[in-house]
Design a protein around this ligand. Structure first.
Ligand SMILES: CCCCCCCC/C=C\C/C=C/C(=O)SCCNC(=O)CCNC(=O)[C@H](O)C(C)(C)COP(=O)(O)OP(=O)(O)OC[C@H]1O[C@@H](n2cnc3c(N)ncnc32)[C@H](O)[C@@H]1OP(=O)(O)O
Ligand SMILES: Cc1cc2nc3c(=O)[nH]c(=O)nc-3n(C[C@H](O)[C@H](O)[C@H](O)COP(=O)(O)OP(=O)(O)OC[C@H]3O[C@@H](n4cnc5c(N)ncnc54)[C@H](O)[C@@H]3O)c2cc1C
Length: 663
């Protein structure tokens, strides 16, 4: 049999209806149709070809992306695509470009932090791409600590302008996407100074380049920050540096939803919290969670298909060898990642609802749920990006040696994905934000009953006393038992941290000293929410033959895999006995056997095109070896039998006459 037959055979074993699972993955029939149409539009358009990317130099990579982005914008207009469709189009084009910043950060920053008047002026210009903007917050010297930014915006009462200035080398804006060569405008974050007084960091709309000839405006120095990790992925993007030498902008270009500066130079605070200035980051963190499920689904799709084709050992009497997918070790590394992709998908659907809700509330100045939404977006961003980055690397290893080839699609996916652990809030820094929320919630238990995602902490006094009642491996299939185990572990970790915090001289000192434990407690809290979201999703109506059952298996795999991975926490906090932890692992092995016949169908449900996967190992048709061979032959080194440099550098060595002492 060939790879093609192996996958056909695997598909015939599926115990659920793949077409309905595709809809469950996409979120709704409508969402599925949009994704499917956009994926095919990109896959069938030769402009979006990407197999030649690994061979391009930096300048060509960048220009190639400009060309694709211009073509995409033409399609958006010619085909009258909606914003949602255009977002999927960008996603499937699969190349970081300045438009990510335009649509994911510049427009949301204008919409979220601008006044009605500002939005009316700037948003239509941005949405029609008459101006192209970026989000210029990070500096050479500070990224995580936003309040530590050094760029200044000094109000000049006489001219009714702000003077934007980079006073030090470390105040140079550093990293913003598109800044180096493309963007005409930026939201520049700077310390506001009026009459020598500092009023904190605010966002300012600054024009960077002439709209006539694209040259940088006077007083502005712009450049690229250099090549980044990997080859053809983030190097398509011109992440940039900007320095400002007393650049003047009109007063009405400070984003003034949160606070205003009057003509007279009076600083006025609205009744909105200053954290609203961070709202764009909350919006993007939410998008990043959804992106994690996509990136992980892509990696597991490649690794699962290839694992069904790859055979090693186990041949008897000249018969076929064992598919590596049948090895329990392969399953125990791969299936939890398949389950995680689904878990993150449902978590991101839920987070989107939570975010939509807070957005509506913020519009009518209801800020009550902002702390919880901030904690959820920050925590989920950290949890999902860390697990996805690790998961992609695991998938590379699951594909053995071939996983290291660029043609497997995995090295470039990894290089593209890993910065997600850093940008939009470094992951540990984000967990510490969750920790602040947890400590506040636990410390306030006597006065205030927690709600929403923290509601379980209202039962903390009970959860720290109760013990797990599981007696058999089957008991671990009960969602109530699973959820209580996660809640008890998280509550015990959070309460334990709070008790130890009280032993320090000051809360700040305690927080700093216990920050590792607090980050672990935060992760445990986020896992409660992801697991409970998966469980709740299964309580909804899920149509289609066997779809719900297949998802139930994955939900249990996800939860019990986490329980097994973090069994140290579950045991140390005393909720579980070693016997119960071992029963969970027994159940996990059984569950892997239930995933096995559905493995290929599950990854088919992601509906990824071969173009999107850009992987010879993950091809839908399974024709791996001939195509791997074909891809290798296309390498420029194979253009001739005698490569450049052989005559010059190798032959002289071969032909040298050695002295007998060196023989
Ligand atoms: C097609 C798909 C495309 C997908 C996505 C495209 C992305 C493109 C790729 C890359 C682009 C990347 C862009 C960037 O990276 S932009 C830069 C991002 N930078 C950061 O994320 C900086 C992280 N730092 C911070 O957010 C803050 O400095 C901080 C939260 C770490 C600390 O804030 P600070 O004000 O200094 O102090 P406190 O810790 O004291 O906080 C005060 C108070 O405010 C609460 N809070 C903090 N942040 C928020 C928030 N966002 N919303 C609501 N509330 C917030 C915090 O919890 C404290 O509350 P308290 O405990 O009650 O006092
Ligand atoms: C590909 C990419 C694209 C980007 N795009 C943009 C963009 O468009 N616009 C923009 O403004 N920025 C952008 N950034 C910058 C990005 O937002 C920052 O790099 C990020 O916020 C992390 O900040 P940092 O680099 O200062 O890291 P640091 O904060 O210096 O982190 C270094 C280490 O210190 C630790 N650390 C920091 N603070 C604490 C603390 N309080 N407690 C414990 N540990 C701590 C971190 O955990 C980390 O291990 C981008 C970055 C990348 C990689």
């Amino acid at each position: 049999m060939e790879g093609v037959d192996y996958l056909r055979d695997e598909r015939s074993k599926a115990q659920f209806d793949v077409e309905t699972m595709k809809v469950a993955w996409a979120g709704s029939p409508e969402a599925f149709l949009v994704c499917d149409r956009m994926a095919k539009l990109v896959a069938n358009d030769p402009v979006f070809e990407k197999f030649s990317k690994p061979m391009l130099g930096r300048k060509e990579l960048f220009k190639n992306t400009l060309r694709k982005t211009a073509h995409a914008w033409k399609l958006v207009n010619d085909l009258h695509l909606t914003e949602e469709e255009a977002k999927w189009l960008r996603h499937y084009i699969d190349e970081p470009s300045y438009t990510d910043l335009q649509w994911e950060m510049f427009v949301p920053a204008l919409e979220g932090q601008g006044t009605e008047e500002q939005k009316k002026k700037w948003v239509p210009l941005a949405k029609t791409m008459q101006i192209i903007g970026t989000y210029a917050q990070t500096e050479l010297g500070h990224g995580s600590n936003v309040q530590g930014l050094e760029t200044t915006a000094t109000f000049d009462r006489q001219s009714d302008e702000f003077v934007i200035h980079s006073p030090t080398l470390t105040s140079s804006k550093w990293w913003p996407g598109g800044l180096a060569k493309v963007t005409t405008h930026a939201i520049v974050y700077a310390r506001l100074i009026i009459d020598g007084h500092f009023y904190g960091v605010h966002g300012f709309i600054v024009q960077l380049r002439s709209l006539e000839d694209h040259s940088p405006l006077p007083g502005i120095t712009l450049g690229d920050i250099g090549m980044k990790f990997g080859h053809g992925t983030y190097n398509t993007m011109d992440n940039g540096v900007a320095r400002f030498d007393r650049v003047r902008i009109p007063r009405d270009q400070m984003l003034m939803r949160v606070s205003q500066v009057t003509k007279e130079g009076k600083y006025m605070k609205s009744n909105v919290p200053r954290q609203l200035g961070y709202a764009t980051m909350v919006s993007v963190r939410q998008t990043i969670v959804s992106d994690a499920s996509k990136a992980l689904s892509r990696a597991v799709c490649i690794a699962t298909r290839y694992s069904a084709i790859r055979r090693q050992f186990g041949s008897r009497d000249g018969g076929p060898e064992t598919q590596v997918l049948d090895y329990k070790t392969q399953q125990s590394r791969l299936f939890p990642l398949v389950a995680s992709a689904f878990a993150f998908r449902f978590a991101s659907d839920w987070l989107k609802l939570l975010y939509t809700d807070v957005k509506q509330r913020l519009e009518v100045n209801d800020f009550s749920t902002l702390p919880e939404v901030h904690a959820c977006t920050a925590g989920f961003k950290s949890l999902t990006t860390a697990a996805t980055a690790e998961g992609i690397e695991e998938c590379r290893k699951l594909c053995g040696g071939h996983g290291y080839l660029i043609s497997s699609g995995l090295p470039e996916l990894f290089a593209f994905y890993v910065p997600a652990c850093t940008y939009e809030g470094e992951n540990v820094v984000m967990l510490l934000q969750v920790a602040r929320f947890l400590v506040k919630t636990v410390s306030d238990l006597g006065n205030k009953q927690p709600v929403g995602t923290a509601a379980y902490l209202g039962r903390a006094s009970l959860l720290v006393q109760k013990n797990c009642v599981v007696q058999t491996a089957e008991d671990w299939l009960n969602p109530i038992a699973i959820l209580e185990a996660f809640e008890a572990r998280a509550a015990r970790m959070a309460v334990g941290c709070c008790q130890r915090l009280a032993e320090f001289k000051s809360p700040e000192e305690g927080f700093a000293e216990l920050s590792s434990d607090l980050a672990e407690a935060s992760l445990a809290h986020c896992q409660v929410i992801v697991v409970s979201t998966f469980i709740r999703r299964l309580q909804q109506d899920i149509p289609g033959r066997g779809v719900k059952q297949a998802l139930e298996v994955l939900c249990n795999v996800y939860a019990l895999f986490l329980l097994h991975k973090h069994q140290g926490d579950f045991l140390a906090t005393g909720y579980l006995t070693p016997k119960q932890a071992s029963l969970a692992n027994d159940q996990l092995r059984t569950l892997y056997s239930k995933v096995r016949p559905n493995a290929i169908a599950l990854v088919d449900s992601f509906n990824h095109t071969d173009h999107y996967l850009s992987s010879v190992l993950g091809r839908y048709d399974g024709n791996v070896y001939p195509k791997l061979y074909e891809a290798a032959l296309k390498d420029p080194l194979n253009d001739s039998d005698i490569a450049d440099g052989i005559h010059q550098y190798v032959q002289p060595i071969l032909k040298q006459k050695l002295h007998s002492s060196k023989l």
